[in-house]
Write a protein that binds this ligand. Structure first.
Ligand code: CMP
Length: 219
């Protein structure tokens, strides 16, 4: 874990984008910035809140788990986004765990410092509320998908969401069947079965952990 020497630009964080320079400079003094290697647990579900994190580079995965070690991925987040706000406004413990999925630079502000910032700059609340309402909308979509779509349609949606264009081909890189299962609330076995169908019908091809989308997927 390395302390950053690079100058952090808080304006790249959507929450702060409209604040004047003097406020951002003051805020920066209350933050600690570090670079974390891949696969570092930043927050553990159930622990007490330690503050709010902002992502300057890299990516994190937000997930919940159960006693049997099963995991459900709630979301991945990247540059300009933030996490850890849910337990800031109540005495409730952290609602989910957060892990880095690549080297990631994060700034942390403590709960009391963020509360001061919020009362001095109430316009930030608007951003927070719109982000939380967007999240409820996403959760509604996910509940709808879980209730109404079968595993193969949910799999197709995740592949389309995750695909990047590389040399004219749509590919999903570095993803395991277990990770896909965690993203769609299914088992590795069900994902494996659905992937075999997609391969058989020439919708996708698979090479190690890389999936190439060859034809329109049946969503
Ligand atoms: P907090 O509960 O403090 O710590 C875990 C964080 O994960 C939480 O704040 C949110 O920032 C984030 N989080 C929890 N649930 C979701 C969700 N369903 N979608 C996106 N982010 C979430």
């Amino acid at each position: 874990m390395a302390h950053s020497t690079k100058k952090i630009n808080l304006r790249d964080i959507a929450l702060f984008s409209d604040l004047p320079d003097r406020v951002l400079e003051k805020l920066l003094k209350h933050m600690t910035t570090r670079t974390y290697p891949r696969a570092t647990i930043i927050i553990s579900e159930g622990e007490r809140s330690g503050g709010l994190y902002f992502i300057h580079s890299g990516k994190v995965r937000i997930f919940v788990g159960d006693e049997e070690g099963r995991e459900l991925v709630l979301r991945t987040q990247g540059i300009g986004e933030y996490f850890g706000e849910m337990s800031l406004f109540s005495e409730a413990p952290r609602s989910a765990s957060v892990i880095t999925i690549e080297e990631t630079e994060l700034s942390l502000i403590s709960r009391p410092d963020f509360k001061d910032c919020l009362s001095e700059n109430p316009e930030i609340s608007y951003h927070l509320i719109s982000m939380l309402s967007h999240r409820i909308r996403l959760l509604t979509d996910e509940m709808k998908n879980l209730s109404f779509l079968d595993v193969s349609s949910r799999l197709a949606r995740v592949l389309l969401d995750q695909a990047i264009n590389q040399d004219g081909k749509w590919i999903v890189k570095s993803i395991t069947q277990q990770e896909i299962a965690n993203m769609i609330g299914s088992s590795r076995e069900m994902v494996s079965r659905s992937m075999r169908d997609l391969i058989k019908n020439d919708h996708i091809s698979v090479d190690g952990n890389t999936i190439t989308i060859k034809a329109k997927l049946p969503v």
